[in-house]
Design a protein around this ligand. Structure first.
Ligand code: ARG
Length: 460
């Protein structure tokens, strides 16, 4: 047991208590951030005249040595230390002696851990943005390719009106654009430095908080030391954003599972992204999409866990907050994995254009257009709706499509119908006439694709 405290204790910590309390098994993950934060702190202590230049140099050298040894696998982070902060400090002291004992001047583990977690999360937000960007690029490529790939659009999972695959994918494009924006917002809001807040009430040393904030790439220092050590809002925001992102991935996965089913056959997942059955030789299962859908629950769980942990905590730091780590790490790892796999699955997926188009032709997806046709000929919409309803019933009884009806049959139901009805309800017309902003018609789609193209250029 290697602890940083103990002076006021007369007994050893019970081993079970030690294990229960320790965080080294999971906070070892941010050893780099912990060392980086300590380096900035030491530079500032020296510039403020709290440490000598010589002490600063020895400490920096020691910290650099620890970092290098951990990275090269020479130095192992073992559970005999209570947490990553104790590990680094104990190692520093054993390397450089007394100067190492000055590292923690004007600092508490409370502001230290707040800093480490922010540094770590900030880096992860950048990586997440990169993964969302890749997904957006793949979606954009597919949209450009499928402006003319007709398919049925659904409501209630019932065929509704014809759309294109580009249009359908465009809906997800918008969702992931918002997800990207949320990550940017979070980054901006979280980018303030808690270092120098001490345990809760600042310190009596003349710390230059602007300097450490600047050295660590923050916009500036946080403005209330109590809030600094007990703020976990940015993690809750991040988990909220990740939950929303997973919800989008999960909906998309669900659609791909349906599209890839034997009944639909709209798409076929690549062999590299499918799995087989141990008993049924014919099977090719969409396990990746199912796992993405399944893992969504894990990320939602993390959000609920942290919200619940934070609820009712009095100011300032409480040990409950140590619980923020494992769940956040897991949610980030899970979302990153899902984003990467989903993007690969989408990139390699084959689209069965003919099947999609044939499906759009069936199921009366042009019924609204038939009604609109009558409206254009002067029939009030409500009457037109009723007339087309009769047409549908007529066709259902004969198992034919509206397009299969003869002119005679059309006119028997309403004399308003003329030869141009066939053109008006053709799949192509139904889609291509929908050119309001955001609609699936080619001219509308091309405008959106151009907007997206310019948007993608702006992403870091
Ligand atoms: N492992 C702790 C955490 O993650 C570090 C802060 C400890 N501070 C304390 N006063 N015990 O929150």
């Amino acid at each position: 047991m290697a602890q940083l405290w103990g002076g006021r204790f007369t007994k050893e910590t019970d081993q079970l208590v030690y294990n229960f309390n320790a965080s080294i098994t999971f906070d070892r993950r941010f050893y780099r951030e912990d060392i980086e934060g300590s380096m900035a702190h030491v530079k500032m202590l020296s510039s403020a005249g709290i440490l000598t230049g010589e002490e600063k140099d020895r400490i920096l050298e020691g910290l650099q040595g620890i970092l290098a040894d951990v990275e090269n696998g020479v130095l192992e982070i073992t559970p005999e230390y209570e947490d990553i902060h104790s590990f680094v400090e104990a190692n520093l002291i054993s390397r450089i002696g007394d100067a190492g004992k000055k590292l923690h001047t004007g600092r508490s583990r409370n502001d230290q851990v707040a800093l480490d977690m922010k540094l770590y999360t900030r880096k992860e937000v950048t990586e997440l943005k990169g993964l969302v960007k890749e997904l957006l690029q793949v979606l954009h490529g597919l949209m450009k390719e499928h402006v003319d790939t007709y398919m049925p659009g659904f409501t209630h999972l019932q065929k509704a009106q014809p759309i294109t695959l580009a249009h359908h994918l465009g809906a997800y494009m918008e969702m992931f654009k918002r997800d990207y924006g949320r990550l940017c917002d979070i980054y901006q809001r979280m980018n303030t430095c808690p270092l120098g807040s001490g345990a809760l009430a600042g310190t009596t040393y003349p710390l230059d908080r602007e300097m450490t904030a600047g050295l660590l790439g923050f916009e500036g220092p946080t403005l209330n030391s109590m809030d600094s050590v007990s703020d976990r809002d940015y993690l809750i925001e991040l988990l909220g954003a990740l939950s929303t992102m997973m919800m989008h991935l999960s909906r998309f996965s669900e659609e791909i599972i349906i599209w890839n089913s034997n009944e639909y056959r709209f798409v076929e997942l690549d062999d590299a992204y499918s799995t087989g059955s141990s008993i049924m030789p014919q099977k090719k299962n969409p396990d990746i999409a199912e796992l993405v859908r399944g893992k969504t629950g894990r990320v939602y769980g993390a959000l609920m866990q942290l919200l619940t942990t934070m609820k009712g905590l009095p100011l300032a730091y409480n040990k409950d907050m140590q619980e923020d780590k494992e769940l956040t790490f897991d949610a980030i790892d899970t979302t990153k994995g899902c984003l990467a796999l989903f993007t690969g699955m989408l990139r390699t997926m084959a689209v069965n254009r003919d099947v999609m188009e044939a499906s759009a032709k069936k199921g009366f997806t042009n019924a609204t257009d038939a009604a609109d046709y009558l409206v254009n000929k002067g029939v009030p919409f409500r009457d037109a709706h009723g007339i087309v309803g009769q047409l549908v019933l007529y066709c259902l009884e004969r198992n034919i499509a509206l397009d299969d009806m003869t002119m005679e049959e059309f006119q028997k139901i309403s004399p308003v119908f003329a030869e141009d009805i066939y053109e008006a309800i053709s799949l192509e017309t139904c889609v291509e006439k929908r050119v309001t902003i955001g609609a699936p018609g080619r001219t509308a789609m091309e405008k959106v694709i151009a907007v997206n193209e310019a948007y993608l250029e702006t992403l870091e």
